[in-house]
Design a protein. Structure first.
Length: 198
């Protein structure tokens, strides 16, 4: 009788499913490695074309800077005039939606999947993340699964966002808590052109 890594007995069908899943995972990891290598090519045009071909929905005038780590590319949607900084992490496993005119600084990590600490098999919990228009996410901020960030909100550098953030709210800290509000009433600015070789 065949057993899995936990010592549970497996049927032939379960074994076939496990092998199929393992092969699929290896192919996906290989593709992600290839995309990560190409993410370092110093051409926004090339990367936009590549990302569009492999499933990211990225609107015109938006850019993803070099060195970005991507998971489940088909689950990522980015609006117009949005800039994603260098070495960011974008996770589309649970669906990641980023609006228009969003400024995401370098090394920001946005996750839509995490482990369930109370599950006996340590399974993943998957939940979408949505970031509305005109948000600013500071450097090295972390946004965890299931979070919705309202229009014009600001996430301070290094903040860990575990709960929804209201429109125009400014949050900071670990875990992130409100520290103020943006005073701007009409959002109509454009982020403009990204740095040429970044």
């Amino acid at each position: 009788m065949l057993k899995d890594k936990y010592g549970k007995k497996l049927t032939t069908e379960q074994l076939a499913n496990k092998l199929t899943n393992r092969i699929s995972a290896i192919l996906e990891e290989t593709a992600l490695w290839f995309v990560h290598c190409l993410s370092n090519v110093p051409s926004h045009t090339f990367r936009r074309l590549l990302y569009g071909l492999i499933g990211i929905k990225i609107a015109k005038k938006s850019v993803i800077h070099r060195g970005t780590t991507l998971y489940c590319l088909g689950g990522i949607q980015i609006g117009s005039d949005t800039i994603v900084g260098e070495k960011a992490t974008l996770d589309g496993r649970g669906r990641l939606t980023i609006g228009n005119h969003v400024d995401i600084a370098s090394e920001v990590m946005i996750y839509t999947s995490q482990h369930n600490l109370n599950d006996s098999d340590f399974r993943a919990q998957i939940a979408p993340v949505s970031i509305a228009d005109y948000c600013f996410i500071g450097p090295r901020a972390i946004i965890l699964p299931g979070v919705t960030i309202g229009k014009g909100a600001v996430i301070a550098a290094g903040a860990v966002v575990t709960k929804n953030v209201a429109e125009k709210e400014i949050v900071a800290g670990v875990p992130a808590k409100p520290i103020g509000k943006r005073l701007l009433d009409n959002f109509n600015y454009f982020l403009g052109r990204a740095r040429l070789f970044r």
